[in-house]
Design a protein around this ligand. Structure first.
Ligand SMILES: *Cc1c(COP(=O)(O)O)cnc(C)c1O
Length: 379
């Protein structure tokens, strides 16, 4: 029969998604085993996942949560954030980071980012800490899989007595000067949403070196209760299920391989993408980058997005509106009479960034095709 297709037609059928979770028979069988036990909600499987997560990445302890946003909310409360407290943070992130500050009725003070790394700028933190001497907290995001500049930031935090909380939702396995993200402050949080470097469907984790911090977190996750029907504080139902944890335990066995695949894909792009219309991401010499996203910048973004989409290459814009420009954040800041600085670098980046596929499921053929297509882009 043999339907012959021209090269162009073949390319029309191609679709390379920006994100693809790596789920195999191991995860399917692990979930089935949990279903067969009938212990579906939080139980032994969750405790096993917490322990293995700590051991794998080198954390003192972990507390599993329903999702990464809940992890942030609990971590801020465990760090002591109270209504009205000012929390220095980045505007160039997923909105969940700042929403968690709002859940605490605290006030996000947005600090501009570094143009090259997309991460919060140490110099801008210093300026904000001077302008807001009453601020006690700094909520960092290790964006796109790359750690913030933790040597400089730790120094500033010490000088201004800022407690650091780290949003590591995009940085499972990332390190700075060989130290894992999530160990630079009082606690760190992870997300296991399907687009992240490892997934449990929905899920999250809080890590800390401080056993008191973890104990408070576990209390808040489970309605303030250690003993059934005895409630010590106002808590939440933020528990992870055994079903999710079973997936997480299998993903942990693969995370190093998945991160190496992301790093190899990025390496291939660095060696082979040559187009003066796009700028490739910057990698800090002290950072072990796990490439949650491979984010380029271009002043021709609209044209590039539609060109790549025509060629079957999925892209993502992370993020097209910086958080301090989001409607509910502007309204909230107005309601608490906080005047926000402008963050010109975040605003400029939001017009120029474009993430291209770097997920571990890409084949060599996919990578060659992405490179060739981007190299052929012109305006
Ligand atoms: C995904 C993400 C979150 C939220 O995690 P969920 O599991 O989706 O709630 C928080 N912060 C950042 C930076 C994220 O990328």
């Amino acid at each position: 029969m043999g339907i012959r297709r021209t090269g162009a037609e073949y390319n029309d059928m191609r679709h390379i998604p920006i994100a693809k979770p790596s789920i195999g028979t191991e995860e399917i069988e692990a979930v089935t085993r949990v279903l067969e036990t009938g212990q579906l909600a939080q139980g032994e499987t969750v405790y096993q996942f917490e322990q293995e997560f700590s051991e794998h990445f080198g954390y003192t302890g972990s507390a599993a949560v329903a999702n990464g946003t809940a992890a942030l909310h609990v971590a801020l409360l465990a760090a002591g954030v109270k209504p009205g407290d000012k929390v220095l943070t980045t505007p160039f992130t997923f909105v969940a980071t700042s929403n968690a500050i709002l859940y605490c009725n605290a006030v996000p003070v947005f600090v501009d980012v570094d143009e090259a790394s997309f991460n919060i700028s140490p110099e801008a933190i210093r300026k904000a800490a001077n302008d807001y001497p009453e601020a006690r907290y700094l909520l960092l995001v290790h964006l796109f899989g790359q750690s913030c500049e933790m040597d400089k930031i730790a120094e500033i935090a010490k000088e201004f007595n800022l407690t650091i909380i780290e949003d590591c939702a995009q940085a499972h396995g990332a390190t700075y000067q060989s130290k894992p993200v999530g160990t630079f402050g009082c606690g760190g949080t992870f997300s296991f949403y399907p687009t992240k470097n490892m997934s449990t469907g929905e899920g999250g984790m809080i890590v800390s070196q401080d056993t008191q911090f973890l104990e408070t977190s576990k209390l808040l996750i489970n309605h303030g209760s250690k003993q059934r029907y005895v409630h010590e504080v106002l808590g939440y139902n933020y528990r992870m299920t055994n079903i999710s944890a079973a997936i997480g335990i299998e993903q942990l066995k693969k995370i190093d391989r998945m991160n190496s695949a992301r790093r190899k894909n990025a390496e291939y792009y660095f060696s082979n993408i040559y187009n003066s219309l796009v700028t490739l991401p910057f990698v800090h010499e002290y950072s072990h980058h796990v490439f949650h996203q491979f984010t380029i910048t271009t002043t021709h973004r609209d044209q590039l997005v539609s060109y790549l989409s025509e060629k079957g290459i999925g892209t993502g814009i992370h993020y097209q509106l910086p958080v301090h420009k989001q409607m509910h954040i502007k309204e909230y800041l107005a309601s608490v009479k906080h005047k926000q600085y402008s963050c010109p670098t975040a605003e400029k980046l939001s017009e120029q960034v474009l993430s291209i596929p770097v997920n571990p499921e890409l084949s060599m053929e996919d990578l060659e095709y992405v490179v060739q297509t981007i190299n052929n882009f012109s305006v």
